[in-house]
Design a binder for this molecule. Structure first.
Ligand code: CA
Length: 265
């Protein structure tokens, strides 16, 4: 038998006044979310908070629905494009992000001063040994397995598109002046494409969800150095944030670590 342990931390960094990142760990639902808000003044933190809360509420209601609290109906799953090739909980995660998008757009509609706010989101939802992974924007999820780090999510950024097309090297993308331009976010266009994938989890897998305040400061080969050999999660979170700040702390930094551990029973 395996169980899941998780730990998350967020930090404003050294250059920003506000922390517009947001994260959630729902141990009961086995749901882990990181969102990185953007927008004038402090509205980015409104968008990221709305999204994270909305996703957690949607998933937890689907997990344990009571008759008077069924949450949004099946139509939401259908309109999200229910994918028969995916597990039900992967479809729930996808629908939850779609609902989050509606919530962010709804908030903007109610208060025009919020116009322009948006947020990335990356989520991990584990059920029956299957990890559902979904993302919009440039917040990332990695998997560390047997000492190797692998980025599971694709960045929805202009520079990543240029890398895929062969116009930029990954190295050039890291320092490109347009590296922060995201091509997908919640709060933007009313239709948002959500990348969803799933994979079997293995004992000792470690997942890292993070905002670009971590990955902009640290390369993958630097990140893995903090995560080898199953470190205590809280210590690893602290060390990653500390290292990102030591590398400049140019942006808000959020780190969520999710560890698949074997039960002694
Ligand atoms: Ca950021």
């Amino acid at each position: 038998m395996t169980s899941i342990r998780a730990c998350g931390q967020t930090d404003t960094g050294l250059a920003r006044e506000h922390n517009e990142d947001c994260f959630a760990i729902d141990a009961e639902s086995h749901l882990y979310v990181v969102a990185d808000g953007m927008g004038g003044h402090s509205y980015g933190e409104v968008a990221s908070r709305i999204s994270v809360d909305s996703i957690c509420t949607f998933v937890s209601r689907r997990r344990d629905p009571s008759p008077e609290d069924l949450g949004p109906p099946e139509e939401i799953l259908r309109s999200a494009g229910y994918d028969d090739q995916l597990q039900p909980h992967s479809n729930v995660l996808k629908a939850a992000i779609l609902v989050a998008q509606e919530q962010v757009l709804g908030a903007i509609q109610e208060d025009v001063s919020l116009r322009g706010m948006g947020t990335t989101v990356v989520g991990l939802h584990v059920s029956d040994g299957i990890a559902a992974v979904a993302n919009v924007g440039d917040s990332r999820i990695y998997r560390i397995r047997r000492g190797e780090i692998e980025q599971l999510s694709a960045d929805h950024t202009w520079v990543h598109e240029q890398v895929v097309a062969g116009y930029l090297s990954a190295e050039q993308a890291r320092s490109h002046p347009l590296r922060n331009v995201v091509t997908r976010a919640l709060g933007g266009e009313s239709e948002v494409a959500i990348d969803v994938q799933e994979m079997a989890v293995e004992e000792a897998d470690l997942f890292l969800l993070c905002s670009d305040g971590l990955t902009g400061m640290l390369r993958d080969e630097e990140i893995i150095e903090f995560l080898r050999d199953e470190p205590p999660l809280e210590e690893a979170c602290q060390n990653l944030i500390k290292a990102a700040n030591e590398h400049g702390g140019a942006d808000n930094i959020t780190v969520v670590l999710v560890s698949i551990v074997s039960d002694p029973s």
